[in-house]
Design a protein around this ligand. Structure first.
Ligand code: MEV
Length: 306
């Protein structure tokens, strides 16, 4: 092709973040309305990567630069002579999977330019190489969720698509506080090392809540799912993934009728995810969160996956 193209989208983790790093299951919801597109074309001279936050020659110490170089090597192309442009509506660095989404789009665009169709396993491995530069020890959940069109249950690298019979809405809101996934994952690890017994008990509790939450989603038990989200937040707070801005927005959601609310992703800032009983309630909660200072809100309904 003269121009290679790739697409991916945001994700929000419903239950299981952090515990997933230790092999427990996690559930992630794709957010198809928040998209990233990458285009790749041939140019003369050194390769260039153009994203919303950087423009310049390929840098192997940069996660997305790594992604381009690894994909070029995978398809047997030279490291020079390609321009990759990444654009989208997905906010960057908010715990919505922007790095993995951009990487998925880039891998597909570069492979497409060279006429190579990748299978899921190859795409995943290429995305994970960049994610390791970004986060250290990524579970792979973001890499899988940002390229799936339906919710995933992710366990130790294995992907399943759980049944969803869900009539409520999820509202994702950005606290505006900047959280680093790398730091949050390192802080949780430090907690588990310093308090091994308590740490293991908390991770086991997150696993129990995730397994129960999957059953709630399948049976459309909204109240139970909300209760489990709240319980997961208590555990994530104790593990060190909380933040005052998260606590504040969760209180606003609860006061406006949310059935449950918790951080989503790495935490220590970033976004929260709340559960609303129905679309009208979701609109009310979203409005209240924006009035309380959330930088943005996004709603996810079961129809997004129909
Ligand atoms: C980040 O979106 C989710 C974490 O569980 C880290 C990971 O899965 O690699 C915090």
């Amino acid at each position: 092709a003269a121009t290679g193209r790739g697409f991916a989208h945001a994700k929000a983790i419903l239950l299981g973040e952090h515990a997933v790093v230790y092999g427990s299951p996690a559930v992630a919801l794709p957010i198809p309305s928040l998209r990233v597109e990458a285009t790749a074309r041939r140019i003369d001279g050194a390769s260039v990567l153009d994203t919303e936050i950087s423009l310049g020659p390929l840098d192997a110490s940069d996660p997305l630069g790594t992604t381009v170089l690894e994909t070029l090597a995978h398809v047997g192309a030279a490291p020079a002579g390609v321009e990759v442009v990444v654009r989208g509506t997905l906010p960057i660095g908010r715990g919505l999977g922007s790095s993995a989404a951009a990487a998925n789009a880039i891998v597909d665009a570069v492979a497409d330019l060279h006429g190579v169709a990748l299978d899921d396993a190859d795409r995943f491995e290429l995305v994970q190489r960049g994610e390791r530069v970004a986060h250290g020890t990524p579970s792979g959940l973001d890499a899988r969720a940002t390229s799936s069109s339906t919710p995933i249950l992710f366990t130790a690298g294995r992907v399943e698509h759980p049944p969803i019979r869900f009539g409520g809405s999820f509202v994702v809101a950005d606290t505006g506080a900047r959280g680093s996934t790398r730091k949050a994952v390192a802080d949780v690890r430090a907690f588990v090392e310093v308090h091994p017994e308590r740490g293991r008990a908390l991770l086991a509790e997150l696993e129990r809540l995730t397994v129960a939450g999957v059953a709630d989603l399948a049976a459309d038990r909204r109240d139970d799912l909300g209760t489990r989200m709240n319980a997961a937040q208590v555990v994530l707070d104790e593990l060190g993934a909380g933040h005052p801005a998260i606590t504040a927005l969760i209180a606003v959601a609860a006061a406006n009728g949310a059935l449950g609310a918790k951080l989503t992703g790495g935490g220590q800032g970033g976004c929260i995810i709340t559960l609303a009983a129905d679309p009208a309630s979701a609109r009310r909660i979203s409005q209240a969160l924006l009035e309380a200072g959330a930088l943005g809100t996004w709603t996810i309904d079961a129809e997004d996956y129909a």
